[in-house]
Write a protein that binds this ligand. Structure first.
Ligand code: MN
Length: 503
């Protein structure tokens, strides 16, 4: 199925009947032409559906209620073609909880200097109509994305496209189920948090699934199915020919890893889950950490968090969802170890095993090596690769006790080297603006050692996400200084305390 195929964004045009029915007929025709043009541009991942003009408080309320009730609708774009007195938008805006984009545009691109008359003016009034509407939204403290530009300009459409992807991922998160196989890694603070508040604020639901329950699926996996999956591995990945020798321990390890993958997928499918966490101390009958399974399930779009990190599992699903169809790829990653080298100082990103092959530079290599961590210290199957040298962005959400904080860091992935004695998948990046400030700001913000990385997303995606979720967002990029960053965090501390008191 094509990404976003079952989703729609609704387009509602503000007008009023003051200028007579003829004006509204023209507004309607213009809006139809605009929405057609936007859809035909090929630049918008989610189809825009024109829902007509809204000319009264009742019409606005009706269309917003309908938007709320329609499962396909993931958000609403509003535009005031004529002056649309904003009091008529109050009740409708109270109804709308889905993402809102206010588009400040105009049907006509340029002023028709020679022919412009009062009829033209009565029609092309977004210059003040959108200000009236914007005032009300600000007065109501209504979160929205503001996009300004001509509706045919690819730049304008690019901003709408970003918001569409974020709104789609937001919709996806509202019925997202994350399964925790085993609990949080004992004593770890940063990966834990308030699951009730996460469901209230961010939409997703997190359930504990005992490993004993997962083992019920394990028992039902047939040998032939496992054999077939092992052959898929050999077809998809580079590997030593010796691995195909069925009499070896290495082959048995790959076979067991394939059975673990089928077990996890069966359980996730059965329960309708979109992501999961594992815990390397709680493995049931798995003979090894199901790292290869986690790698492949991530590549399919399942969110993943290691050591019970359910926030990363949910956010990595969201990152994958937003980036569907884009060329770069994404993965759950962990700050592994540091490489001090002056201006090129960098952080190696890896995990015991669980890095998505979507970010691989070349075809991943299937290997089996001893892994000496957790309750199964044994040879373990995994995909080994280095990642593409390119710019990207990484993000995490932490629970500060009184709120969730999104932390975003623009990073530059640089060429990495193989690790013959630690054969795992990895990336190597320099956080912006440089290692010293980037890592310093992240740590001061309380950021995790786990994060959700993407080559495709930009800061704009995360701005839109934070706006829709209504959570704090901190950006670490080329403009960051630690002095300003600390000031921003202190100001935010007061803002969120007051905001909580006002709500
Ligand atoms: Mn970890």
């Amino acid at each position: 199925m094509k990404a976003f195929e079952n989703m729609e964004v609704w387009f509602v045009t503000g007008a009023q009947l003051l200028y007579g029915g003829d004006a509204v007929v023209k507004v309607d025709a213009h809006s139809t032409e605009m929405v057609d043009g936007m859809n035909k541009s090929g630049l918008l991942p989610v189809k825009v559906v024109y829902k007509g003009t809204a000319n009264s408080s009742k019409e606005v309320s009706d269309v917003m209620k309908a938007a709320e009730n329609d499962r396909r609708c993931i958000g609403v774009i509003t535009w005031m073609h004529t002056f649309s007195p904003a009091k008529m938008w109050i009740h409708g805006m109270q109804e709308l909880r889905k993402p809102l984009l206010h588009l400040h545009t105009q049907f006509n691109k340029e002023i028709p200097w020679e022919t412009m008359d009062m009829d033209f003016m009565n029609l092309n009034q977004s210059a003040h109509g959108d200000r009236e509407f914007g005032h009300l939204l600000t007065r109501m403290r209504k979160n929205r994305k503001m996009v300004v530009g001509h509706w045919q300009d690819p730049k304008t459409l690019g901003h709408i496209a970003v918001w569409e992807r974020v709104a789609a991922a937001w919709a996806d998160a509202q019925d997202m189920l994350i399964l925790r196989f085993g609990d949080q890694m004992n004593n770890v603070a940063v990966t834990d948090g308030d699951k009730v508040e996460a469901e209230v604020r961010l939409g997703y639901h997190v359930d504990y699934t005992p490993v004993s329950e997962l083992m019920e699926y394990f028992k039902r996996i047939g040998d032939e199915e496992v054999d077939r999956l092992v052959q898929t591995y050999f077809a998809e990945y580079d590997h030593d020919a010796a691995l195909e020798d069925r009499t070896t321990e290495a082959y048995q390890k790959i076979w067991n890893a394939a059975k673990a993958e089928l077990t996890l997928r069966a359980c996730l499918t059965d329960k309708g889950a979109k992501g999961f966490t594992t815990n390397f101390d709680d493995l049931g009958e798995f003979d090894q950490i199901p790292g290869l399974a986690s790698q492949r399930l991530m590549a399919e779009g399942y969110g993943f968090g290691a050591e019970g990190d359910w926030k990363s599992a949910a956010l990595s699903r969201t990152v994958w969802f937003m980036g569907q169809g884009l060329p770069g790829g994404c993965s759950f990653l962990e700050d592994y170890t540091l490489h001090f080298n002056g201006e090129q100082s960098a952080i190696l990103q890896a995990h015991m095993l669980e890095v998505s092959p979507l970010i691989a530079e070349k075809r991943p290599r299937l290997e089996v090596h001893f892994l000496g961590i957790g309750i199964r210290k044994t040879p373990t199957a995994r995909l080994v690769f280095t990642s593409k040298p390119a710019a990207g962005i990484t993000a995490t959400i932490v629970d500060l006790g009184n709120r969730f904080r999104l932390i975003v860091n623009a990073v530059d992935c640089i060429p990495s080297k193989p690790l013959p004695k630690l054969p795992v998948a990895s990336a190597l990046w320099i956080p912006q603006p440089n290692f010293e400030v980037g890592a310093g700001a992240w740590i001061l913000a309380g950021g995790t050692h786990h994060s959700c990385f993407s080559y495709d997303l930009t800061e704009e995606y995360w701005e839109d996400y934070a706006e829709i979720a209504g959570i704090e967002a901190l950006f670490i990029d080329k403009d960051t200084t630690l002095r300003e960053f600390k000031r921003e965090m202190r100001v935010n501390e007061v803002y969120y305390l007051l905001n909580k008191a006002l709500c």
